[in-house]
Design a binder for this molecule. Structure first.
Ligand code: G3P
Length: 212
């Protein structure tokens, strides 16, 4: 299972580099980074990691999406183009896939959108678990449905669980067998932390210092 870091912060990428396979970002995360040299930011992140770095297009229409996607793909060889699960986003996905450009279909909230992403040759499809939970739906159930559909039909598109808000989401996604997850730096940090590890270390240290 690939682990991506969901951030546009270069420092977080450097800090967690040993534990991640790539990076995903979106326009909100880029805005939060405070960086205005977008291309420079993308390059700095891509250089740090060999796996895919998903960069989202801002354009809406098919033609504009393709122009933007091609510009983004030229920035670095591990750029993966993030497109929305819309009519135009899916059409653009089909074109980019046939040109050999990796894609990540984002803002996926249904199995039918995921199915179309697979049919259009997407490299990844990203169902948003937390945002579905936010509106009273079951984000984890959607992941399970998509993983089953893809397995049944042997689609190669990888299921990338996004909008992971807590460790339970992460564990359930892993149990279901998603191919990838993207985690905020805060959630990734929580994966390391356990109070019994800290307590155990303190006990070992104390016992060592008090030994004869
Ligand atoms: O990058 C997409 C996704 O992970 C965003 O998560 O918490 O803003 O719903 P969230």
């Amino acid at each position: 299972m690939e682990i991506f870091l969901d951030t546009a912060d270069v420092d977080y990428v450097a800090f967690y580099k040993s534990f991640i396979d790539g990076v995903t970002m979106n326009p909100s995360l880029v805005a939060k980074s405070g960086r205005d040299d977008y291309e420079g930011l993308i390059k700095e992140i891509c250089q740090q990691i060999s796996g895919h770095v998903s960069i989202e297009v801002i354009s809406n229409g098919y033609d504009d999406m393709l122009v933007e996607a091609k510009q983004l793909a030229k920035i670095y060889n591990n750029v993966c183009i993030k497109l929305p699960c819309t009519f135009d986003g899916l059409r653009a996905c089909r074109k980019l896939s046939s040109d050999g450009i990796p894609t990540n279909l984002t803002l996926c909230f249904s199995s039918t959108q995921a199915l179309l992403a697979a049919k259009c040759g997407a490299t990844y499809v990203s169902p948003f678990v937390g945002r579905l939970d936010d509106i009273g739906h079951d984000g984890v159930a959607l992941l399970e449905e998509i993983v089953n559909i893809f397995a049944t039909h042997e689609y190669e598109t990888r299921v990338l669980a996004a909008s992971i808000r807590n460790l339970q989401h992460l564990i359930q996604a892993a149990l279901i067998g998603v191919n990838a997850v993207t985690l905020s730096p805060q959630i990734l940090q929580q994966c390391f932390d356990h109070p019994l590890t800290i307590k155990g270390l303190e006990i070992f240290k104390k016992d060592w210092e008090n030994k004869q």
